[in-house]
Design a protein around this ligand. Sequence first.
Ligand SMILES: [Zn+2]
Length: 155
Amino acid sequence: MQNLSHPRHNRSTLAKRLRQLSFAVVAFGGCSAFSPSEPELPAGAVPLGAQPSYTAWFERTEACSGLAGQFKQIQWFVVPDAETFQTSAGPKVGMWEKVGNVARIIIAGKYVGHEMVIRHEMLHHLLDREGHPPEYFVTRCRLTWESWSSGVADR
Ligand SMILES: [Zn+2]
């Protein structure tokens, strides 16, 4: 009777689970309007809905770095359930890239709730560059695996 209750496509359970997990499916401006010339996302990557903790983590990253940026310029993607995903630079748990005026951050599913991984990519966004200047990634913000674990006692 209710057509709405029947899924139109036989989507994978993964995709369904992800959608249920998303707290809200927020369409960031222009999100679906990728032009064909833009770099491809890693295999299996799908848009990541708004994560409530991310705003606070962004503010924290602005504070430690002394930099300011636009959280809304970031388009978030996740590779569901993945420990890592393949990139041209090898397997990664997170990746930041600039596509025109917007930044894309892709996160392996296992790490969407991992503060260091998320804030590490946010710091790339604030610095607007790849690479890891130690002043920011280690000294100021401790957003590498080593510096993160050594700083746990301080937090
Ligand atoms: Zn990095």
